[in-house]
Design a protein around this ligand. Structure first.
Ligand SMILES: [Cu+2]
Length: 314
């Protein structure tokens, strides 16, 4: 026995709501939101979609592949939803077949097990390939990579250049077209180092040395920020990555050596305190500052990584 009255009642009420004033208002609101969202487009406004280096480009490819694979599922499901609701709805002269004894369909089983398996396989292959590729310099080059040690503090970023023995706060100068290995740790709560146009984020964690390769194609200033909420001053944990030609980078280091003050232990102890700071530059820093920070936070189990960092320093 069917009970058309109850269902029809619900659908009638729903239709009345959609055509009523409130429903129309809601529809207008949603269309505005949709247009606003679509209007942002994928231009330089969305930094993840305007990569400025090989790492970000590789990751953008992964994002696009996952979007396409998601669409393979989402679009047919939306079409089916519309079709099934239309075809099988409970109206008097509906001629859709009615199969109360129906139990299984080989075709459908193959389809809804097969498609996800294929999608996950494709996604898995690409993700594994790119993830391993990103543990090395992004492009084969003859230039030696630059190492920058990054410490996230409350609420600022400290950058140390072990090869140049200079340090900066809240900005990071790098040579364009040269791979840069960032070694990341934290002397504050865990945070996340992110330069959207150069590549995806990597975590900074007390007692650990995480590694992230980035590279900029061209000179330019790239927006960077902490991407992991870490308290009151978190909103100010932004920095700039300034990529300059190699010669300009060398000149900058020379200039810093001449004009900037050294980063002493006392200055560091001040920087560790929670505060919001402007950009700063230092002509030198205690050589074991970075490894000491990792050790102090219990980084004993990272011994192997610490020796690697030390070799680079000496
Ligand atoms: Cu960790």
């Amino acid at each position: 026995m069917k009970e058309p009255t109850v269902q029809n009642d619900v659908s009638k009420r729903f239709r009345r709501f959609l055509c009523g004033r409130r429903g129309r208002g809601l529809a207008v609101c949603w269309s505005f939101l949709l247009v606003a969202f679509a209007a942002t487009g994928c231009g330089p406004g969305v930094m993840v979609f305007s990569p400025a280096g090989p790492v970000a480009r590789m990751e953008q490819r992964l994002i696009i592949i996952s979007m396409i694979l998601t669409a393979v599922v989402v679009i047919p499901v939306l079409i089916l939803l519309w079709y099934i609701v239309r075809r099988y709805r409970d109206v008097p002269d509906n001629t859709a077949p009615y199969h109360p004894e129906w139990s299984e369909s080989r075709t459908l089983e193959v389809l809804w097990w097969g498609v996800p398996i294929v999608i996950i396989a494709i996604l898995g292959v690409f993700t594994a390939r790119d993830t391993f590729a990103l543990t090395r310099p992004p492009e084969p080059t003859t230039t030696t990579p630059l190492t920058v040690e990054v410490t996230s503090l409350d609420w600022k970023w400290l950058f140390e250049y072990p090869g140049q023995n200079v340090a900066t706060v809240n900005y990071c100068k790098i040579p364009a077209n040269r791979p840069v290995q960032f070694v990341l740790t934290s002397d504050a709560p865990m945070n996340s180092f992110w330069v959207p146009q150069l590549g995806g984020q990597e975590y900074t964690m007390p007692g650990m040395a995480m590694k992230l390769w980035l590279q900029a194609d061209h000179p330019g200033t790239y927006y960077g920020r902490g991407a992991n909420f870490s308290g009151e001053g978190f909103a100010n944990m932004t920095f700039h990555v300034i990529a300059v030609p190699e010669s300009q980078f060398d000149a900058w280091v020379k200039g810093v050596k001449k004009t900037a003050p050294p980063l002493t232990e006392a200055t560091y102890n001040h920087l560790v305190q929670p505060s919001v700071e402007k950009e700063m530059t230092f002509s030198s820093y205690p050589p074991s500052l970075f490894t000491d920070t990792i050790r102090k936070e219990g980084g004993m189990y990272m011994k192997r990584d610490l020796t690697v960092i030390h070799e680079k320093e000496s």
